[in-house]
Structures are given as C-alpha cells and as structure tokens.
Design a protein around this ligand. Structure first.
Ligand SMILES: [Zn+2]
Length: 131
C-alpha cells in the first residue's frame, strides 16, 4: 500500500485537501502520523481504484446533510455555533465567534433561533454558506 502526504493524496485523487482531511477524520481513508522532514505529518494510504468515484457520489449526498453548525456542549443547550474547519491536528474546534470548544455535537435539525448571533454575523461577513 502506497503512503503519501495529504497534499500528494489531494493531487493524486483530485480531491481538495479539505476533503482528504474529512476522509481521514471519518475513517474513509487510512492514515497515520509519521515523522517527516519538518516534524510529524499525516500520511495517507492511497485507496484502491474506483474508491474516488464512490466517494464523489457520497460527497454529494453528504453535502446536503452537512451543516456547519454544531453544539458546543453535550447538553445541546444554548446556541449552536459555526465551525469553519474542525481541523485534524487540533481536536478542539474553533468557532467563528472565537469560542473554543472541546468537541462538537452535530446540530442537525436546529432552528435559526438557535444560532449564535456573532457566528451568524461573521459568516455573513465572510460570505460563508449558512447551511
Ligand atoms: Zn458562536
């Protein structure tokens, strides 16, 4: 099995690096941290041929379900916040309004009133999709 960097995997599979990271996070791509020239880095196992096609199909489906809004606490109370990038190295998400969390909980099915007003403002300013 050939192992490549996230950058190389993105190039070879013709997917964005964000997509590659997402696949690593959800376990669709196998990866491991290995020592590199500038410290530890993530190495991705290149999947079998045909994997990308299947992935692209599921990506479309996923995009319809995914929301950038997440609950910052397990109680799912208060506001849902906007996470632009969960990051792979940092498990702690950074919300748009500057709030830092320890984890995220899927906010599927939340209402517009549940949204953190500051996150909404920043998202609009940056032209980010609200869904
Ligand atoms: Zn917020």
């Amino acid at each position: 099995m050939e192992k490549v960097t996230i950058q190389e995997a993105s190039h070879r599979l013709n997917l964005s690096q964000a997509d590659i990271r997402e696949c690593i996070r959800n376990g669709e791509l196998k990866s491991s941290r290995e020592p590199g020239p500038r410290g530890q880095r993530w190495m991705v196992e290149l999947p079998e041929e045909g994997w990308v096609d299947g992935f692209r199909a599921s990506l479309h489906e996923l995009a319809q379900q995914m929301t950038p809004w997440w609950w910052p606490t397990e109680r799912m109370a208060g506001f849902v916040h906007y996470v632009q990038d969960l990051g792979i190295e940092e498990i702690e998400p950074l919300y748009l309004c500057g709030l830092k969390g320890n984890n995220v909980w899927d906010a599927k099915g939340h209402t517009e009133e549940d949204r953190c007003p500051e996150c909404v403002e920043v998202a609009k300013e940056q032209g980010l999709p609200l869904w």
